[in-house]
Design a protein around this ligand. Sequence first.
Ligand code: APR
Length: 250
Amino acid sequence: MANIRNSKMIIILTGAGISAESGVKTYRSDTGLWEQHSIEDIATPEGFERDPGKVRAFYDARLDAVRAAEPNAAHLALSRLERESQVPVLVVTQNVDDLHERAGSRRVLHMHGRLGAPVCAGCGAGLPGERLEGQPPCPACGGQARPDITFFGEQPKHLEEIAEALSQVTIYISIGTSGEVFPAARFVRRARKRKARRIEVNIRRTRITNDHRELRHGPASIEVPTLVREILAEQLELDRQEGAGPDGQN
Ligand code: APR
């Protein structure tokens, strides 16, 4: 097990599975979003070109669903880890909901963007309010509103910051992601190159399970609080050992 004291960074990659128990739909399950909607129509630049109104309605409906949801014990546990850990913690999320922030996490990078942040499809300028439908033309260029969400084929966000963090990682945790989408699915390989401790939390095996050393198979709302308690306890134990004199006495 990696020595916590020398850990420079705990990185947590989250996917839709961490929000599933908050009632927010995942993508690739039998009731998932990509079962009910076509990725080509909803999550590609071509689909937006073809029918921007359909795309705007889809993401406004997802915003309403997220507004009606609450962070669950897994989100709250990650916020506790960030507050109490002696090692810096970074959440890299593929999710576009704001449940990490509403649970109190501060260091969160949304690599696929966020709901509730309309931007101009023409010049990228931020537009007022949270909703896409009913937005007037962009005051700067007259363009139309699109979600600030990374469509398939577009460049994910914050990749440089994520690469910098991965160069220091010693504990890497994947929570609730199928590992189907790159580059997020490859981050664990960089963590392995760093000889980081690699833990996967999921309710089933995934295509990246074998890249991890430890598997916590169960619902995130149960497994993540347990894992956070263990990591914090390890840090305290290390403190105690380091605080003890050479013969182990204080
Ligand atoms: N606890 C833990 N894991 C869960 C739970 C739960 N309660 N419920 C579901 N899961 C797991 C599923 O087993 C699955 O592995 O969460 C994962 C969800 O996978 P996806 O639906 O593929 O979501 P995600 O991995 O986040 O998708 C990545 O794909 O479509 C794009 O941009 C979209 O960000 C998304 C990306």
